[in-house]
Design a protein. Structure first.
Length: 364
């Protein structure tokens, strides 16, 4: 199911400070710390590749209910699936600047935007792909507006892949088939079975606030305001979320990169920030938000993404989830224009907004 249909009801997603009862149960059941900020204890890492049993549904983790018949009828009546002709005229202006991957000095972290939610993270000596989609098109959408920023043939050996959830623009089977089947995959709870059926042998699935470690990097799965669905009958059968990648070693020099995956705005950002103070870079979605009544609960708009960055306490923000696929009705260049304006209003340093072209890189 494509993300233009990712829309619960029109009620606000997690705008208040209260944590749902389901979230409290999650923290209690996964070894999460009990304090806030620097005092939060890290969960003990899970074994890599373990086989686990999960509930049949994760619907109790939803921030708001999924849309009903009336919402779908309204969407069909309004026909607001895609931008109009005027909104599509911005396609030639979409930023695209492919370049060779730069060398990464020892101890540095480099990020390269391949497009949409696909990043090449080189962190702690590992090359990690996030939600890799190298396909020209995904189910139910037009072809990409911008090519992939880095050719598959130009990638270094991939040490790990993180998946945020199972929507087709984030979990792309043709792209994963290009990987050696021994590539470590880090996926949400309930998704390992899908990966193992396709031959992957090193799949680690995690619940919210759980973590695993590989080659000096810690991979922690954190909550998001979203949902999951890949067929007509499997809504919320697997979990959804984001990833916190941390270089192990402790101390003030530890590097932290937060990959939000796909999410609406809500209380989880403040909680993630309290548990993970000192985030160096937040990769946050800014697109696929219109019409707002349909998508506000599961897709942050540009202003909300900047607010999320502030809630996280992240030093820098890199926008994503825009300029690649036509998933919703906003003009294609609008997310970039609005996020730049929202960032300027914060008074934060302009250079801390990493509004990269597709294919560009930057290092911490």
């Amino acid at each position: 199911m494509r993300d233009q249909t990712d829309a619960p009801s029109a009620s606000r997603a997690g705008a208040g400070p209260d944590v749902p009862a389901a979230a409290v149960r999650v923290g209690a059941g996964t070894g999460a710390g009990t304090g806030a900020g620097a005092g939060v204890r890290r969960a003990r890492p899970r074994p890599l590749g373990e086989h686990r049993l999960w509930p049949r549904s994760f619907a109790d983790r939803l921030t708001t209910p999924l849309p009903g018949v009336r919402a779908f009828a309204r969407l069909a009546r309004e026909g607001a699936f895609r931008p109009g002709a005027e909104g599509l005229r911005g396609i030639p202006d979409l930023p695209y600047a492919p370049a060779p991957l730069p060398p990464v000095p020892a101890g540095a972290v480099s990020v390269t935007w391949a497009g949409h939610a696909s990043w090449i993270l080189r962190i702690g000596g590992l090359t990690v792909l996030t939600d890799p989609v190298w396909s020209r098109r995904i189910l139910g959408t037009p072809a990409r507006m911008t090519p992939v920023g880095v050719r598959w043939e130009d990638l270094p050996p991939v040490d790990a892949v993180v998946i945020s959830h199972n929507h087709y623009d984030h979990l792309d089977a043709p792209t994963l088939k290009r990987l050696p089947r021994a590539t470590p995959l880090f996926v949400p709870a309930g998704l390992a079975r899908w990966c193992r059926r396709r031959g992957f042998t090193a799949v680690t699935e995690l619940d919210w606030w759980e973590a695993a470690e590989l080659g000096g990097v810690r991979f922690e799965f954190v909550p998001a305001h979203h949902w999951s669905k890949r067929s007509l009958t499997d809504a919320c059968r697997t979990l959804w979320g984001g990833w916190m990648l941390s270089v192990l070693g402790g101390g003030s020099e530890e590097k932290k990169v937060y990959f939000a995956g796909d999410t609406g705005y809500g209380h989880w950002f403040g909680e993630i920030g309290r548990r993970h103070p000192g985030i160096d870079l937040a990769l946050l979605p800014i697109g696929a938000y219109a019409p707002r009544w349909w998508l506000r609960d599961v897709h942050a708009d540009p202003e909300e993404a900047v607010r999320a960055c502030l809630d996280l306490g992240a030093r820098r923000m890199a926008p994503m989830h825009w300029g690649t696929f036509v998933l919703s009705a906003e003009p294609v260049m609008e997310p970039l224009q609005r996020v730049r304006a929202a960032w300027a209003r914060t008074g934060l340093p302009r250079e801390h907004l990493w509004d990269l072209p597709v294919g560009a890189s930057r290092a911490l």
